[in-house]
Design a protein around this ligand. Structure first.
Ligand SMILES: [Fe+2]
Length: 340
């Protein structure tokens, strides 16, 4: 596909949308859409609004989206939201019409989904990873406004997702020179602004930098893919309802210790310094017990988690990761002792 177009101004984005003379736009968005000025900017176009999806979207939502897209003869898709809105929009494009333009307007500094060919949906309770180059958005609008209204937990969890993408990409055995350059740049930005961002002291310029960092981390994983941290995170999210980025960071905090001594960790340490996964989780008050250690089903939950990790998906991880190590990492997470 041609190079992604990147806009930092709504006016320029609107001019770009007009070049397609869309008959009907399919806008996939979450609940905060009406509070954003981009909603007003798009109100001059004929549009169908699709909001029938939840976090960790179901495949059924994609099917409903494809149906609505076709029934309304839409000819352009705009996704406004976090990872879920973007993933649903990407899948609607994949299944409805691979050739129509897709525009992403991220509302978090996190998933980097606007940069990737990946989408995650859940079918029959199981995570499905969908990969297709046609799902890479044609254009992106970076606008810091949505970060002002992002709740504190989502603000922290989504930044930890971006941090996880950059770090996992860096140590992935599929990393390339290009993916590492994206990852390093993302990590430098995140490390420099994280404390102020968590405490709500960043302004529009810094927030925009963090959105861009999340995008760079997305570009990094678009090349290298994610590794064990993500593979281990999904069951934590589905079992305990914690945010995807929160779960990934908890897993990466545990994994970090088992990678000590590897070249990648030494190099990463020089970049992130004190800002390790554990430190970011502690700063965000995101380490707490997920399960009472005396609960009758503690051990069965631990086994469920341990066996939830698809060994195929660990293949990008740079060091061997035996099952007993995975179990101990989960044990620490369940007890609120995220080790590092
Ligand atoms: Fe992620």
């Amino acid at each position: 596909m041609s190079e992604q177009k990147i806009f930092f101004s709504k006016d320029n984005l609107i001019r770009y949308v007009k070049t397609f003379s869309p008959a009907q736009i399919f806008i996939v968005h979450g609940r905060t859409f009406s509070r954003l000025s981009v909603a007003e900017a798009l109100s001059d176009f004929r549009a169908v609004h699709f909001t029938d999806f939840k976090p960790n979207p179901l495949f059924e939502s994609v099917e409903a989206g494809v149906k609505a897209f076709r029934e309304n003869a839409c000819d352009l898709i705009i996704a406004v939201g976090g990872g879920s809105a973007l993933d649903v929009a990407k899948c609607v494009k994949l299944y409805a019409d691979r050739d129509i333009p897709l525009i992403a307007i991220p509302t978090t500094a996190g998933t980097g989904s606007e940069a990737t060919r990946f989408a995650v949906v859940y079918k029959d309770g199981e995570k499905q990873s969908i990969t297709d180059a046609c799902m890479i958005p044609n254009a992106i609008l970076f606008d810091a406004e949505p970060l002002k209204i992002l709740p504190a937990y989502q603000r922290k969890a989504t930044l930890l997702d971006a941090f996880s993408h950059a770090a996992e990409s860096y140590w992935s055995i599929k990393a390339t020179e290009a993916s590492r350059a994206f990852a390093v740049e993302a990590l430098r930005i995140i490390v420099s602004l994280q404390a102020d961002y968590f405490s709500g002291r960043t302004g529009d310029a810094e927030n925009l930098s963090l959105m861009y960092a999340a995008y760079l981390a997305g570009k990094a994983i678009n090349i290298s893919e994610t590794t064990a941290g993500h593979a281990m995170s999904y069951k934590l999210t589905s079992l305990f309802g914690i945010s995807h980025g929160h779960a990934a960071a908890l897993c990466n905090a545990g994994l970090w210790r088992f990678m000590q001594g590897s070249a990648a960790v030494k190099e990463l340490s020089a970049i992130i310094g004190e800002k390790t996964f554990r430190r970011l989780l502690t700063d965000g008050e995101l380490i707490y017990p997920l399960k009472d250690a005396t609960a009758a089903d503690f051990d069965s939950t631990l086994e469920l988690l341990t066996h939830s990790v698809n060994p195929v998906r660990l293949k990008n991880f740079p060091v061997p990761l035996p099952e007993d190590v995975i179990r101990e990492i989960y044990r620490g997470i369940l007890r609120g002792e995220a080790i590092e």
